[in-house]
Design a protein around this ligand. Sequence first.
Ligand SMILES: [Zn+2]
Length: 140
Amino acid sequence: MVQVVCASCKRLFTVRPQSPAQAYCSELECQRRRRQAWNKHKLATDSDYRANQLAAERAWHARNPDYWHFYRLRRKNPDAVSPSVPPRATSDASFCGADVSADLCWIEIQTPGATGRPQTWRVELTLKPHLARATSDACK
Ligand SMILES: [Zn+2]
């Protein structure tokens, strides 16, 4: 078992036999720093990677034109839960929200429209009233 000093936290760790050139330990923070270093190196040295990243960022922004607007609003009022609060992002392409007083929640998904402008699809869910549980004799 070979032990080396982690390039991030400077602690000794055992190198996995499957990756003898391993320079970072398995701690989450060290792995995060390893990925950051890889990404920074790749952006600096690989023009194709840089172009692909830029294209992916632009495509994401075209699909989510209001993301940063809602992000800033959420930062101003993170604890509010009311219909006036803008939807929260749940993934790259969807938002959700809830109006508890109306027993309503929703999911919105943004897609590119036929004209190139983004369009929003909204699915609304209403709370099902609690039904009285049938007794075991009800089916007999
Ligand atoms: Zn480490």
